[in-house]
Structure formats: structure tokens, C-alpha cells
Write a protein that binds this ligand. Structure first.
Ligand code: 2NF
Length: 213
């Protein structure tokens, strides 16, 4: 912290999204009422409380699985077999696809993914318990609250998959489409249940102008 009045940016990442509570609550209610009414009995206020308890007033590099487990358990949902669509380095394209084509569901079509997509959040041990100025990127400290959230919800999403699964990869990435330390490579692939998942179809997408890697 700098001298009073001069805010010093502590971390490299975006600070907590303003009006986080209103956005998360609004998205949760929209999801359970309109997007997927099968989940109409979920308690959005309780979900928000568990979300905020997971990171508020905590050091943003010391998030634990225990912090987020109650939220994960309450927001858990099943995914119909043959519907799971994973992605890596194809975020815009995959969601342009799922917007008009309802055959497949990405993590962002589940409650946990839908509530948090595009948002940023992290805590601060001192009042008001939330850092609106900056948050750590996962390259700065791995155990930050948003990495924990995405890793745990990605793990749950992968564990829930059954039947034939899909993944949209980026065939124009220099280093290759499959990245070992991506969430897809390090969390999702390894948490697929071989007793439930029969195969994975890989959609290798390239930029129109190439390169084809
Ligand atoms: O913001 C999301 N909607 C999001 C974030 C992280 C993970 C979604 N996911 C889920 C999706 F459902 C996909 O199936 O994971 C899969 C995509 O993750 P990816 O890492 O394979 O793909 P990228 O396009 O490389 O990254 C997506 C986001 O994840 C972050 C990255 O900064 C980007 O915001 N990310 C990538 N690797 C890590 C990591 N090891 C990471 N965050 C934490 N630890």
C-alpha cells in the first residue's frame, strides 16, 4: 500500500468487477429462471453467500479448495450424456458456435460457468475485504481465487461428462493445439471418467489465413 490517497496497483490482473454481487446474483437468477429452469430450485442468495465467503477478507494468493468446496457442492448440476464440449484457446469461436447450435454445452452453459464468465474477483485481508484495484493473474500466484474457481468448476464439469465428448482446439497455435498446462490439458482431460466417457472428438480449428500447425 502507498501513502494515503495514492492507490498503488499491487497485482497485474484486473481488479474485482464493480457490482460483483449484483452481477452474480442477476446471472444466477437469469440462469435458473430462463436459461435452465431445471435448476429452478437452486438458492441464488445462498450461492452468492458461499461465493463471497470463499474469497472475501482472504489473501488473494492463498485460496484453497476448502474455501470453494461448499460453493461447488451447492451449484453442482448434471450434464446430459454426449453433450459436453470442452475448449482451449478457442473461447470466442466456441461460444459463437454454441449460441446458435444447442447440441452441445460448454462450461459457460452451466451455472458456475455462466455466473462467473468474464468477471474478476479477489480478496484483501483488510476492509472492505475485496480488492477493486487489482487481482493476481495465475502466472503471478497460482492459488488465486479465480483460478481456484475455474479449476474446480472445470474439474467438476469434466467429472460429469459421459458418452461421447467434444473439444474445440486451436490449430493455429505455434506451440501446438494441445497445451499440457492449460486447464483443458491439466484439469479436464485428467478428470474424465474412463468408465463413463467412451471417446473424445477433436475439432481442430485454424485461422482462415493460417498457419496450420
Ligand atoms: O473464463 C472461463 N470461462 C474459463 C476459465 C478457465 C477455464 C473456462 N475454463 C474452462 C473451459 F470450460 C474450457 O473447457 O477450461 C477450458 C479452457 O481453459 P484452457 O486453459 O484450456 O484454455 P485457454 O484458452 O488457454 O484459457 C482459458 C482461460 O483459462 C486461464 C486463461 O488465462 C484464460 O483466462 N488459464 C489457462 N491455464 C490456466 C491455469 N493453468 C488458467 N488459469 C489458471 N491456471
Amino acid at each position: 500500500k502507498g501513502t494515503p490517497g495514492s492507490e498503488v496497483l499491487q497485482w497485474k490482473g484486473q481488479g474485482t468487477t464493480k457490482q460483483l454481487q449484483e452481477i452474480v446474483l442477476g446471472r444466477c437468477h437469469n440462469y435458473i429462471a430462463i436459461v435452465n429452469p431445471e435448476l429452478r430450485d437452486k438458492d441464488c442468495l445462498k450461492i452468492w453467500e458461499l461465493f463471497q465467503n470463499a474469497f472475501m477478507y482472504k489473501h488473494p494468493c492463498r485460496a484453497t479448495e476448502e474455501d470453494f468446496q461448499p460453493l461447488m457442492d451447492l451449484a453442482r448440476q448434471s450434464i446430459p450424456c454426449n453433450k459436453s464440449l470442452f475448449w482451449s484457446k478457442t473461447k470466442d469461436l466456441v461460444h459463437r458456435y454454441t449460441k446458435t447450435n444447442r447440441d452441445f454445452l460448454t462450461l459457460e452453459d452451466t451455472l458456475l460457468g455462466y455466473m462467473a464468465d468474464g468477471l474478476s474477483w479477489c480478496g484483501d485481508p483488510s476492509s472492505p475485504g475485496v480488492n477493486y484495484e487489482s487481482c493476481p493473474e495465475w502466472t503471478e500466484c497460482e492459488n488465486n481465487p479465480s483460478s481456484m474457481y475455474w479449476k474446480m468448476s472445470s474439474k467438476m464439469f469434466a467429472e460429469a461428462a459421459c458418452g461421447i465428448t467434444q473439444v474445440m482446439l486451436n490449430g493455429s497455435i505455434e506451440a501446438g493445439a494441445f497445451i499440457n498446462n492449460s486447464i483443458f490439458g491439466s484439469v479436464e482431460v485428467v478428470n474424465l471418467n474412463p468408465n463413463k466417457v467412451s471417446k473424445m472428438q477433436i475439432w481442430l480449428m485454424q485461422d482462415i489465413d493460417g498457419p496450420q500447425k
